[in-house]
Design a protein around this ligand. Structure first.
Ligand SMILES: C[S@@+](CC[C@H](N)C(=O)[O-])C[C@H]1O[C@@H](n2cnc3c(N)ncnc32)[C@H](O)[C@@H]1O
Length: 228
């Protein structure tokens, strides 16, 4: 093909699209905004052998999700990740470690409610979500009040929402929203994870290691879902 300047170019295709598609035993990849019944059925089948299911939203390069899955092989760990390369690499790394209980839905995490029944998740992890810092971009934040309601609904009683970020304003805003939700109770809270009692059980993420090396403080809370 030739462009208007007479130079040749090829149509670029993300090589990870095909790689993701080759891993149907571990990755469900959406082609449209919403899952089809077949997508939902596929995930259901993959996680059917596990009685406990945890999710991570935006696992990125996957280090945290992989470590969780390695430590607790009797539960299923499902990451919702937008990017093809990160979805594929996470599954590839997990396979190299012989991990069989990690799956990725390559899709917007806002579709989670279409995959899971209410009260079916034991825990949801959100680590260093994109902060969309500029005022007019804040509407893009994944942890907005309506999605927090969805997460609350998907969690089983005693299930938890775990949130870590370096972004203090996003942290405080989310903490305030969650603090007002009657079925959530904050049971762990720190604005300096590495100076807190929670550091011992902490599994760092790739972004966390980067922010920590820059001297940034890590904020963390865990909210538990209460019974009626
Ligand atoms: C800032 S990175 C953090 C990655 C990882 N959690 C960490 O701490 O190293 C945010 C990740 O979330 C993914 N992401 C952003 N919005 C998303 C969405 N709506 N649904 C699923 N993944 C999303 C991005 O592709 C990226 O991998």
């Amino acid at each position: 093909m030739t462009d208007s300047f007479g130079s040749h170019f090829r149509t670029w295709k993300n090589q990870y699209i095909d790689l993701v598609e080759s891993k149907t035993d571990k990755i469900i990849s959406l082609v449209t905004e919403h899952p089809t019944p077949a997508h939902c059925e596929s995930l259901k089948k993959l996680i059917a052998p596990f009685s406990t299911v945890f999710c991570e939203i935006g696992p990125g390069s996957g280090g945290h999700l992989i470590e969780l899955a390695a430590r607790n092989p009797t539960a299923a760990y499902v990451g919702f990740e937008l990017r093809f390369k990160r979805a594929f690499k996470t599954v590839q790394k997990a396979e190299k470690r012989g991990i069989k209980n990690l799956f990725v839905v390559r899709a917007n995490a806002l579709t989670m409610k279409e995959f899971f029944a209410p009260a079916s998740l034991a825990g949801v992890y959100v680590n260093f979500p994109d902060p969309w810092s500029k005022k007019h971009w804040k509407k893009n934040r994944i942890l907005n009040p309506s999605f927090l309601e969805v997460l609350q609904e998907l969690l089983a009683v005693d299930g938890f929402l775990s949130y870590k970020t370096d972004h203090l304003e996003y942290f405080e805003e989310t903490l305030e929203t969650v603090g007002k939700m009657p079925r959530f109770s904050i049971r762990k809270l720190t604005k300096d994870l590495y100076a807190s009692e929670f550091v011992e059980a902490n599994i760092p993420t790739e972004f966390e290691n980067l922010f920590k090396s820059q001297g940034l403080k890590i904020n963390f809370f865990e909210a538990v879902k209460l019974g009626n």
